[in-house]
Design a protein around this ligand. Structure first.
Ligand SMILES: [Zn+2]
Length: 243
């Protein structure tokens, strides 16, 4: 390979390092966002639980009110029992009173069930709150870690970018444009090797695995031109084994 292709190979290796450091930086930043999202979803869960408790309390208040008015009813029945003039009247009032009592004990059970629900929800709230506190610490730690890592990685990126700019000076504007365009398409991978399949004696693109003609390989061996894979458009270079 001549200076053009050698220059591109060098640029690609710097590009790869740059990409790796940038990806690392992105991972750190994403970690912070993931932890923040987890905190937010815990906070939302807490709000939902609290709302549920409010609704259950309202429901239980209504039942309590009902209960009290029935208690008054029962008291009235009890008073009128003493005033009953006949056995028939007495037993009619007694039946009504017992029905009200039965209704009331049903209501009491419902209220008790609701209280149990509230208690369980409150326990859950307390658990979520302690998880929120843990998660807040985790977010803080992740942020601190990420910030200190980012400072270092950003400095690395700046350094590698300088190397990149320096290496790019040895490459013609046209070649550099092609390199940038292809790198953008393939997540930084602008070059691919023409790999020889020893069994078949043919070559294929290391990027897309499509066949490359012997003519193309001959051009690569004899010239220092940019030749792109006809299928994926990556810039072809010879792999070290076929150099
Ligand atoms: Zn290809």
């Amino acid at each position: 390979m001549g200076p053009t292709l050698n220059g591109l190979v060098k640029l690609q290796s710097i590009e790869n390092r740059l990409g790796a450091v940038k990806a690392k930086l992105t991972r750190y930043r994403r970690n912070v966002i993931i932890q923040e999202n987890q905190l937010r979803s815990l906070q939302n869960a807490l709000e939902a639980k609290k709302e549920e408790i409010q609704l259950t309390k309202l429901q239980s208040d209504r039942l309590e009110l009902d209960l009290r008015s029935r208690d008054e009813e029962i008291a009235k029945y009890r008073a009128s029992l003493n005033l009953a003039k006949t056995n028939k009247e007495y037993s009619a009032i007694l039946t009504q009173m017992n029905t009200s009592k039965a209704d009331n004990s049903k209501l009491e059970n419902q209220v008790l069930d609701l209280m149990k629900d509230i208690e369980a929800d409150e326990t859950e709230c307390a658990e979520i709150k302690s998880k929120i506190e843990e998660q807040k610490t985790k977010v803080e730690n992740t942020r601190t870690q990420s910030q200190s890592a980012a400072t270092k990685l950003e400095a690395d990126i700046e350094e590698i970018q300088k190397e990149w700019d320096q290496a790019a000076k040895d490459i013609s504007a046209e070649a550099l444009n092609i390199f940038k365009r292809v790198a953008e398409t393939y997540d930084g991978e602008a070059l691919s090797t023409a790999d020889e399949d020893e069994n078949r004696g043919s070559y294929s693109c290391g990027g897309c695995f499509m066949n490359i003609t012997a003519e193309t390989v001959n051009l690569l061996m004899s010239k220092d031109d940019i030749i792109r894979c006809p299928n994926c458009a990556r810039i072809l270079i010879l792999s070290t084994s076929s150099e």
